[in-house]
Ligand binder design. Structure first.
Ligand SMILES: [Zn+2]
Length: 193
């Protein structure tokens, strides 16, 4: 005997850069596709890392996605479509309305899977991630490997021309080469003026 179960919940995949968040999101999405579930993926329009209409991971895995500017756009795409799974990558870059959007979806029977950075390069919570983590039924925190000492890394180190960024450095430093690497709490460096 199978008892009737209500569907609809939120899964949050979080962690630092290079922790495999997009990879894990795509893995869960592809399992749904194998089971013939109806899935749709979104990402913020500002993330043009590899492609405009795909979510691509650092090691080449990809899945098609829709780039949107504001989180409420999701309503237009899902209206009367009966999706089983809605995925959102780089969810930390969305406006705070994303919280209401994913709650609405889950309340209406959709399995929502979001992935995002839980902390910024300053090692501070990346809003609205703390709120999303709070309302999620399942939170999976992934770790990268610290590029300095090899232990579990939970932070993203921002480097400008190869040296640790300062706390007050602008988001874009013109003329400088910017890079990121994963670091543990002990190896993470942030210079304050
Ligand atoms: Zn370390």
């Amino acid at each position: 005997m199978f008892e009737y179960r209500k569907t609809g919940w939120i899964e949050c995949i979080c962690g630092s850069m290079f922790s495999g968040k997009s990879e894990e999101l795509i893995r869960r999405i592809k399992r749904g596709v194998i089971a013939k579930q109806k899935v749709l993926l979104f990402k913020p329009e500002i993330d043009n890392r590899y492609s405009k209409d795909k979510i691509s991971t650092h090691n080449g895995n990809s899945y098609e996605s829709i780039s949107i500017k504001s989180s409420s756009k999701i309503y237009d795409y899902v209206k009367n479509k009966n999706y089983d799974i809605i995925g959102v990558d780089e969810v930390q870059f969305f406006d705070k309305d994303i919280l209401k959007v994913i709650n609405d979806l889950a309340n209406n029977g959709v399995r929502v899977i979001v992935a995002g950075l839980d902390m910024d390069f300053k090692a501070e919570p990346f809003y609205p991630m703390p709120d999303i983590m709070a309302v999620s039924e399942i939170v999976t925190k992934l770790h990268a490997v610290c590029s300095k000492c090899g232990s579990e890394a939970s932070l993203s180190q921002r480097l400008i021309d190869g040296t640790p960024a300062k706390y007050n450095d602008p988001v874009v430093v013109i003329g400088a080469s910017e890079s990121y690497e994963a670091r543990c709490r002990h190896c993470h460096e942030i210079k304050r003026d």
